[in-house]
Ligand binder design. Structure first.
Ligand code: DCP
Ligand code: MG
Length: 355
């Protein structure tokens, strides 16, 4: 068994709705749902004011309106949620490289070896929540525990805008009282089967042997047995090494012309520089690229090999931008720029082959 780990799970509160409330103050004090509003529209998520009326994710818009007649509905804007997500994940990765995003709005962090914040995962979680609130302008809930499944349950425990910590010494008491519905992978069907066996809590499940559970539920049965004892050895899995770093911005109102774009590029270059410092480390740059989406949603990119730049500046991007847009002014919906890193692995392997 590995030593005692410290895992943080972070989950943004009513994520899409929080972004909408952040960007439009008129939405802050009303029950709000994000989703399709038409006859067959569905609620993607809603703020906590709307939840008080019983509105929920995946509910038909018509039912949501019936439950909450004053409900305001806005359509989703995925590019904006993606860019807020990048911002949040960037803050998490500032603390440790061991970040495993599960979706746009949640991630696991393994902070076992982080020495900052006196090595206290509780202080780290407080710090992350505070920084995201200040820099991104939305609230997140966090859970701290010795493993993934408990950390995820913990982040949900005090939602919204909450922090809940399960210390190693508290695990036994915590799981004993925990309803089986809270366990990862236990949906309505499994829960009903467990109830049929007289099992309501993990404590009840502990008194049933693992053999009984595996016989009844197969492989999942063993996982249930482990979780009922508060055990979960799954590691935090970090995705790939970054092959590129980029920033992009979708505008709530189209930029009218090229000079407006060039003004915005000043900000984008500054943001790229910050992100490079965080994510790129000192990896050598291979290419620069620019991306543009016009108001008709046609999207174009242009990339050029530029190996000698350490930190690309506006002057490095302007020639690409001008080549990409040509001579005419068209309304622009999205603008992005970035770098691709040199893939150092390939030449090294080849060299070794011929050594
Ligand atoms: N989402 C979706 N359809 C669903 C569930 C979620 O489109 N059926 C989207 C909208 C959510 C986002 O995913 O904002 C994150 O999902 P969460 O389950 O974390 O829900 P929220 O962040 O909205 O609310 P909270 O985490 O506060 O419960
Ligand atoms: Mg969420």
């Amino acid at each position: 068994m590995s030593g005692q780990r410290k895992i943080i799970h972070v989950d943004c509160d009513s994520f899409y709705a929080s972004v909408e409330m952040r960007d439009d103050s008129s939405l802050r004090d009303v029950p709000l749902a994000v989703g399709g509003d038409g006859g067959r529209g569905v609620v993607a998520t809603c703020n906590y004011k709307a939840r008080a009326f019983g509105v929920r994710s995946a509910m038909p818009a018509s039912e949501a309106r019936r439950l909450c007649p004053g409900l305001v509905m806005v359509p989703p804007d995925m590019p904006r949620y993606r860019s807020v997500s990048q911002h949040v994940m960037g803050i998490l990765r500032d603390l440790t490289d061991l970040v495993e995003p599960l979706s746009l709005d949640e991630a696991f962090l393994d902070v076992s070896d982080v020495t900052e914040h006196r090595g206290s995962a509780t202080l780290m979680a407080r710090y992350l929540r505070e920084r995201i609130r200040e820099e991104v302008g939305i609230t997140v809930s966090a859970g701290v525990a010795p493993n993934k499944f408990l950390a995820k349950i913990a982040s949900d425990w005090k939602k919204p805008d909450g922090l809940f910590v399960i210390r190693p010494d508290d695990v036994a008491d915590f799981v004993r009282a925990l309803a089986v519905e809270k366990l990862f992978g236990v949906g309505k069907v499994t829960a009903a089967k467990l109830h049929g066996m007289g099992i309501e809590t993990c404590g009840d499940m502990q008194s049933v042997g693992p053999e009984v559970l595996t016989e009844r539920f197969g492989k999942q049965g063993y996982r249930l047995h482990e979780m009922a004892h508060g055990r979960d050895e799954r590691q935090v899995v970090v995705a790939r090494v970054a092959k590129s770093v980029s920033v992009e911005r979708t505008f709530s109102q189209d930029l009218p012309d090229r000079s407006a774009c060039e003004t915005v590029m000043v900000d984008l270059v500054a943001e790229l520089e910050r992100r490079l410092a965080r994510k790129g480390g000192s990896k050598p740059i291979h290419k620069l690229f620019v991306k543009i989406r016009y108001s008709d949603f046609s999207t174009h990119t242009l990339e050029r090999v530029r190996e000698q730049v350490a930190v690309p500046q506006l002057d490095d991007y302007l020639p690409l931008f001008r080549e990409l847009v040509g001579e005419t002014d068209r309304p622009v919906r999205l603008l992005g720029l970035g770098v691709r890193f040199r893939n150092d692995d390939a030449p090294v392997t080849q060299l070794r082959l011929f050594d």
